[in-house]
Design a protein around this ligand. Structure first.
Ligand code: PAF
Length: 279
């Protein structure tokens, strides 16, 4: 696996990978890789000839009081996992390469970015959209793969790729979950033993609520019950539990397909997100 940190070298290396009509799938990450990320790499290898992974802890998607400095970083460990997973190239730029002095262009996917995590984390999705657009231009993949765990991010990136004519197929990969149902996340590493045990209440509440709504229960009451169950389970606060149109992300007060429960909750200083299909 090649590890590249310079944009001109990246262009040369990707051109070489694409020789003979070979395809490239990009898996953008912020590192601290877990089995969820590796499932994206395995998917990349199934759908394309080469898997390219980026690791970049993107400062512009963290708010001033968020965990940018504390975000776990271990490139050597991540690189070893990527070699085992059959990655062809690791793109690992530093902040100065990604945002050279005077960088002043930003992308906002206005309609999809305002609610849910966008409301709780102002500017977050502008940072995501901007860095993902840059990664697309830098790597120029045929396909890009994102986890469904951040459903709102995936919807924003699909819209971004369509609106700006990137000509890249955006694929969503199913959420990888631990045996107790908790979605795998780099931020799970922040949880104490007791918090980690309690965190299983989050997906359990969403799964119950999804079943109830699909079975005809009142949406408002069911969402309120889910919030209460999450707090009872040991969380300190709930940012939102909402029923949304799975594509447009419009908030729904009555069930209609395709629908998705979207949620974010805080346990101690850790903010977890999750989502659940309502079918
Ligand atoms: O989901 C993530 O890890 C990040 O938001 C992404 C897509 C790599 C952009 O920094």
């Amino acid at each position: 696996m090649q590890i590249i940190r310079d944009i001109a070298m990246l262009h040369r290396a990707v051109t070489a990978l694409k020789q003979g009509g070979k395809s490239v799938a990009l898996v953008p990450t912020m590192g601290a890789l877990h089995d969820g990320h590796l499932s994206l790499v395995h998917m990349a290898r199934r759908v394309a000839d080469h898997a390219v992974v980026s690791i970049f802890v993107n400062p512009t998607q963290f708010g001033p009081n968020e965990d940018f400095a504390a975000y776990p970083r271990d490139e050597a460990r991540d690189a070893a996992l990527l070699v085992d997973a059959g990655t062809s190239l690791l793109w690992a730029p530093d902040v100065g390469t990604m945002y050279p002095g005077g960088h002043s262009t930003h992308i906002e996917v206005a309609e999809l970015g305002a609610d849910y995590c966008g409301a709780a984390r102002p500017g977050h999705f502008d940072g995501v959209a901007t860095v993902v657009a840059k990664l697309f231009n830098q790597v120029r993949p045929d396909i890009a793969i994102f986890g469904e765990k951040d459903w709102q991010q995936l919807a924003i990136i699909r819209r971004l790729a369509r609106d700006l004519d990137f000509g890249i197929d955006i694929l969503g990969a199913p959420i990888a979950r631990d045996t107790d149902g908790l979605a795998l996340s780099s931020r799970n590493a922040y949880l104490s033993g007791a918090q980690r045990a309690a965190a299983a209440a989050f997906p359990a509440a969403l799964s119950m609520a999804a079943k109830a709504i699909a079975g005809g229960a009142d949406v408002g009451e069911t969402l309120a019950k889910a919030e209460a169950a999450i707090i009872r389970g040991g969380f300190d606060s709930v940012d939102y539990v909402a029923l949304a149109d799975a594509d447009s992300l419009e908030r729904l007060t009555a069930f209609r397909k395709p629908a998705r429960l979207l949620a974010a909750a805080r346990i101690g200083r850790t903010r977890l997100i999750d989502n659940w299909p309502v079918e």
